[in-house]
Design a protein around this ligand. Structure first.
Ligand SMILES: [Zn+2]
Length: 140
């Protein structure tokens, strides 16, 4: 059966990763995940919704190019895991902020490695390095 990639599919991928690799990380607010605009450089992002509300929503946005099934699922999973790591470490989430900066000192990589996501991270980096420039050339 063909799997159609839409926001529900993204939600399912996120929930699968969350259950398997982040079971200790509580869901403390509404977390939404969606495909955003097509981007050559930004694979994913995490933001916090209206800050004047008591418990703002978290919004995870994934590169619109990733709707395309020729982008391997592990690439999408790795990007979702990266954003979920930010959530776990208290960036754009109600969790206590664990570090001063979201990326400095390899904190994302360390967290992902510690959670059994090292292989997927390596596979993603390799795929992006070998395929992304050509993909963009063909599709933009
Ligand atoms: Zn990041």
């Amino acid at each position: 059966m063909e799997i159609i990639r839409d926001n529900n599919w993204l939600k399912f991928r996120l929930e699968t990763i969350w259950t398997k690799h982040f079971p200790d990380v509580a869901l403390k607010n509404n977390v939404f995940v969606r495909f955003g605009r097509k981007s050559k450089t930004r694979l994913g992002s995490i933001t916090l919704g209206r800050r004047n509300t008591e418990n703002p929503n978290t919004i995870i946005t994934i590169n619109g190019y990733f709707i395309d099934e020729s982008i391997p699922e592990f690439v999408v999973d790795a990007v979702l895991s990266h954003e979920l790591t930010h959530y776990a470490q208290g960036f754009c989430s109600p969790h206590e902020q664990a570090f001063r900066h979201p990326h400095r000192g390899g904190v994302v990589k360390n967290e992902m490695t510690g959670r059994g996501l090292d292989a997927i991270l390596k596979a993603e980096k390799k795929w992006i390095k070998e395929n992304w420039p050509n993909y963009i050339k063909k599709n933009s």
